[in-house]
Design a protein around this ligand. Structure first.
Ligand SMILES: *[C@@H]1O[C@H](CO)[C@@H](O)[C@H](O)[C@H]1NC(C)=O
Ligand SMILES: *[C@@H]1O[C@H](CO)[C@@H](O)[C@H](O)[C@H]1NC(C)=O
Ligand SMILES: *[C@@H]1O[C@H](CO)[C@@H](O)[C@H](O)[C@H]1NC(C)=O
Ligand SMILES: *[C@@H]1O[C@H](CO)[C@@H](O)[C@H](O)[C@H]1NC(C)=O
Ligand SMILES: *[C@@H]1O[C@H](CO)[C@@H](O)[C@H](O)[C@H]1NC(C)=O
Ligand SMILES: *[C@@H]1O[C@H](CO)[C@@H](O)[C@H](O)[C@H]1NC(C)=O
Ligand SMILES: *[C@@H]1O[C@H](CO)[C@@H](O)[C@H](O)[C@H]1NC(C)=O
Ligand SMILES: *[C@@H]1O[C@H](CO)[C@@H](O)[C@H](O)[C@H]1NC(C)=O
Ligand SMILES: *[C@@H]1O[C@H](CO)[C@@H](O)[C@H](O)[C@H]1NC(C)=O
Length: 887
């Protein structure tokens, strides 16, 4: 009886001993050529850093390992690091990476059925998201030295503040130092680090300091610039002599032609991952230009300074990414310390953990505006590894899409026929069934594909049962899309109308009530402030600016802008109520309500009193965004960095909008040529035929023929212009009907001129054919002009409909005035003509015969002619004869 417990305990002891002996396993030889291979991890995500060494055929050691936790992270083997091979890899160890790692060192055993032969790439892999956190490439030929030196790894690291570190490695032979700045900062922030003037006194470290300013441009590419500080201010250049002061790039001090001489910092690498910016650059130690750079004595204790703050992107005034005043608290957003670069330090324990890790653009879907889905080359796909081509929505690469429950979303799919969009519960996409997994498909499928010419529209209405997080992906390939956040209610629920302003960068919402209007504007990209304005451009407009002030409070102010510089922006005091402004991931949204008519009462002189909104006429809306806005004291740095390229005309009452297009130049030329022909040449020719006949010779005839023929040529060219521009005729429109009638009439004229019967010899009666022809020629010619005037006005109406109404109105009035002027001239000439004839008839008595040339201009159409002068028709018949062209 006693033996059994003893036996059991021996068994337990044995099994424990056995378990203890399981490490190292029975057959862990050192035969693989990879044994003793050492390398550094390439960081891909989750701030993964560390060294790897292969111990033997079935184990490896990981040291100084840093990693932010994932959901289900394993060691993963693959045959190559490209997307297809990496995603079709396999788990190589039972070891799990299930927490945050900070400078950890541990040994990992491969599974018994895995050998080094099967593995070329070893990765830390998150299974549910198919996500590569970091990997090494195994290469037996390079095992004696560290095979791969990751740009994220350095010999030293010093903590500057809770969110900012400097790492460096000395390269004594090359007399240089490589510096890595690592900050958990915003996308639009700079990181600056450099050496103070060695002569500076205790508190004055900034003046005369030589710093490198690093950050990321708008396209996501890193930059580093060598700066020199001459004053406690942002960089200001004197426009007169070009001299600069403040925190300026070295090259500004020297002017553009000596840029190469003062460029000491060279960018090596940069990335932004998990909300952490990292930039590695190199600078020389002692060989510097002494004017704007301080030599670094690598054995001396030297004072270094650092700062974090907002970047001001380049604009029309200056081409540099300039740091703005860092503000903030000492040793949080700026500071200084004493550093000896050859003394080894590493006090950076664990990965930097940014509060906001999501950098991806957010697109908020609205009910009325379709989301344009395209595909394009991947540059910053949020979840590597990824295929070379990924999905773009509204021109943004794999953004987070935010939709509201109950608000249908329309996708306009034009990503090519190889990409079928679907909305799924699966985070990887590419048809989970193929991977023996289940997924819920909410919208789309194999038929949801299209190209730009024939996009396919897919409507998806997320409902109460749609989970908070789903994904949009291609059904045919994994990892082309990204997340869809499904939320309850938002701006598009609260406002009746919305339109997207120019460039799809700003959405404009409004709700009209009896005498007030509620307006909201949402930027679709990150910025420091957002401005919308009523006007054709920012200058001469009423602008509303939403921004977050230095205390983190959202503010909205109204302005009247009457010039292009900061001093032309005048704060107005409009009566704004329900004012809100907030920022989310750097994206600004602001809302306010204002009366339609400011109704200032007695103070009519104030500019904002003219800012009356009439909901029945369209308002033009433009926008601008910039890095920073300061409420009261405006300066140059309030100038925007991006703006709309053209205004959108918003029909407040109808709830629609359209882009204001520039007048298509070809149609403008068409209009001008037609006016030249029908407004000047043809009427001129007709007037010449009618009123110049009493002059001797055939001058009138030449003028008539030349004017009419050149007019006809111009008309035909102008017609070709319009046909070419509009790609064909659209006979439905009134303008085209009038136009063709008048051109037809105009073309009849030379034909009937050619066919006209003989002119009667002097003193003979004209044949009846001749009389008929004269009537026909005159009637057709004059009706052509009348129809042409109708065509000109209808053309102008088209112009107004298509383009700017105001301009068309003005042109219309000009045309009316022109017609009146011509009509007055005709009346005057006609009066003169009648007087002249009367004088001839009554002044010279009844001598009527034998002066055909003088009298032939009596109005043919005058009904009184024939009965009155029955006996002397021959002399009084009007001669409107055209002579043969070859005369
Ligand atoms: C271990 O290796 C030896 C020879 O190296 C071999 O005889 C033995 O079968 C191997 N054992 C196992 C469990 O693989
Ligand atoms: C990756 O895998 C494919 C087959 O899926 C293969 O054709 C290709 O050669 C592999 N790439 C590398 C670099 O081995
Ligand atoms: C992580 O996984 C290891 C086994 O690989 C286990 O021993 C440990 O308890 C796990 N830790 C946590 C926090 O789950
Ligand atoms: C190794 O064996 C495990 C089961 O012990 C299996 O799940 C895994 O797929 C195998 N791996 C390979 C590469 O064969
Ligand atoms: C392996 O390392 C050697 C020497 O460093 C190098 O020439 C070779 O290109 C590497 N091979 C691979 C596949 O990276
Ligand atoms: C690596 O070093 C060993 C001696 O430590 C030497 O025998 C071997 O040739 C070296 N291999 C390479 C690839 O340089
Ligand atoms: C520091 O002061 C010394 C002596 O006053 C001077 O020679 C040197 O140029 C100064 N250095 C700088 C960087 O101003
Ligand atoms: C500065 O030098 C680096 C190489 O050292 C070069 O890549 C960079 O373009 C230069 N910048 C300027 C502004 O000349
Ligand atoms: C990390 O671990 C190594 C030993 O593995 C140690 O020398 C080093 O000081 C540690 N670093 C930090 C920052 O704790």
């Amino acid at each position: 009886m006693l033996r059994e417990p003893i036996l059991i305990s021996i068994l337990i002891l044995q099994s424990l001993l056995f378990l203890g002996h399981a490490d190292p396993p029975p057959n862990c030889t050192r035969s693989s050529p990879l044994v003793d291979f050492e390398t550094e991890f390439k960081m891909v995500q989750h701030q993964l850093r560390g060294y790897l060494k292969i111990i033997d055929d079935c184990s490896f050691r990981v040291s100084q390992f840093d990693m932010l936790p994932g959901s289900d992270v394993h060691w993963w083997g693959a045959v190559a690091s490209d997307f297809d091979n990496l995603t079709s890899g396999f788990v190589v160890s039972d070891h799990k990476l299930n927490h945050t790692y900070a400078n950890s060192t541990f040994v990992v055993r491969l599974m018994p059925n895995v050998t080094w032969k099967m593995i070329r790439v070893l990765a830390a892999w998150d299974l549910p998201t198919a996500s590569d956190f970091g990997h090494v490439v195994l290469n037996a030929t390079a095992k004696n030295k560290t095979a791969f030196e990751a740009p994220t790894m350095f010999d030293n690291c010093k903590v500057l503040s809770g969110s900012f570190r400097v790492r460096w490695s000395l390269n004594v032979e090359e007399d240089s130092i490589e510096i890595g700045l690592e900050g958990a900062t915003g996308v639009l922030d700079y990181m600056a680090f450099g050496w103070a003037n060695p002569n500076s006194t205790d508190s004055d470290f900034m003046l005369g300091a030589d710093v490198a300013v690093t950050g990321f441009k708008e396209d996501g590419l890193p930059f580093v610039d060598d700066f020199f500080i001459t004053r406690y201010s942002e960089c200001v250049t004197n426009s007169k002599n070009g001299s600069a002061q403040g925190v300026c790039p070295d090259s500004i001090y020297e002017g553009p032609d000596r840029v190469g001489l003062v460029n000491n910092t060279g960018l090596i690498y940069g990335h932004r991952r998990d909300g952490v910016s990292f930039v590695r650059y190199r600078r020389p130690l002692s060989e510097v230009d002494y004017k704007y750079d301080h030599p670094v004595d690598r054995f001396a204790n030297m004072t270094v300074i650092w700062a974090l703050g907002k970047i001001r992107p380049p604009d029309s005034l200056q081409p540099y990414y300039l740091p703005q005043n860092h503000g903030g608290l000492p040793f949080e957003s700026y500071g200084n310390l004493v550093l000896n670069v050859s003394q080894h330090v590493n006090d950076c324990k664990g990965p930097l953990d940014a509060e906001d890790k999501e950098d991806q653009d957010v697109i908020v879907a609205d009910a009325k505006v379709p989301l344009v889905v395209t595909s394009g080359p991947a540059l910053h796909y949020p979840n590597p590894p990824n295929p070379a081509k990924v999905l773009f929505i509204n021109k943004k690469e794999a953004p987070v899409l935010r939709v509201e429950r109950g608000v249908p979303v329309t996708f306009s799919i034009q990503a090519g026929h190889g990409v079928a969009l679907y909305v799924t519960s699966d985070s990887i996409g590419g048809n989970a069934t193929m991977r023996n997994l289940t997924e819920t498909i909410y919208a789309g499928g194999p038929d949801a594909h299209g190209v730009q010419g024939t996009p396919m529209d897919l409507v998806w209405a997320p409902d109460r049962n749609t989970p908070d997080l789903v994904y949009y992906h291609s059904l045919f390939e994994k990892k082309m899309g990204w997340k869809v956040e499904v939320v309850d209610g938002g701006l598009s629920d609260m406002y009746n109308n919305s339109v997207v302003l120019d460039d799809q960068q700003v959405t404009f919402f409004w709700t009209l009530s009896k005498d007030s209007i509620s307006i909201a504007a949402r930027a679709e990209k990150k910025s420091g402030y957002l401005a919308i304005a009523f006007g054709s451009e920012m200058v001469f407009s009423y602008a509303y600016v939403g921004w977050i002030d230095d205390n983190g409070v959202g503010r909205v102010s109204s302005y009247w802008i009457d010039g292009r510089d900061a001093s032309s922006i005048h704060l107005t005091h409009e009566n704004l109520t329900y004012v809100r402004c907030k920022t989310e991931n750097g994206v600004i949204t602001f809302e306010f309500t204002r009366p339609l008519d400011p109704a200032c009462g007695r103070e009519k002189s104030r500019q904002e009193c003219n800012n009356i909104i009439d909901p029945t006429t369209p308002v033009k809306v433009v926008w601008a965004m910039g890095a920073r806005w300061s409420g009261e004291r405006l300066s140059e740095r309030n100038m925007h960095t991006v703006t709309s390229t053209r205004p959108i005309r918003v029909q407040l009452k109808r709830g629609s909008a359209e882009a204001e297009q520039d007048l298509l130049p070809v149609l403008a030329v068409h209009g001008f040529m037609m006016f030249l022909a029908w407004g000047i040449l043809f009427p001129g020719g007709i007037l010449a035929a009618r009123y110049l006949k009493h002059f001797k010779g055939d001058g009138w005839y030449k003028i008539h023929v030349y004017l009419q023929y050149s007019g006809l040529v111009i008309v035909l060219i102008a017609l070709l212009f319009a046909v070419a521009e509009l790609r064909g005729f659209h006979l439905s429109s009134v303008h085209v009907k009038f136009g063709f009638t008048t051109i037809f009439l105009a073309c009849i004229q030379p034909v009937n001129a050619f066919l006209r019967p003989q002119r009667p010899a002097n003193g003979e009666l004209p044949s009846s054919k001749r009389v008929f022809w004269e009537y026909l020629h005159i009637i057709v010619g004059r009706s052509a002009i009348v129809v042409a005037i109708a065509a000109l006005f209808s053309g102008m109406k088209h112009l107004g409909k298509k383009y700017d109404v105001e301009n068309a109105h003005r042109l219309n009035w000009a045309l009316v005035i022109w017609c009146l002027v011509v009509a007055l001239i005709v009346i005057y000439l006609e009066y003169r003509e009648r007087q002249r004839i009367r004088n001839q008839i009554f002044g010279r008595g009844n001598w009527v015969l034998g002066n055909i040339e003088d009298d032939d201009s009596l109005d043919l159409l005058s009904p009184s002619r024939i009965p009155a002068n029955k006996g002397s028709e021959a002399s009084l018949i009007m001669e409107v004869q055209l002579e043969p062209l070859n005369r």
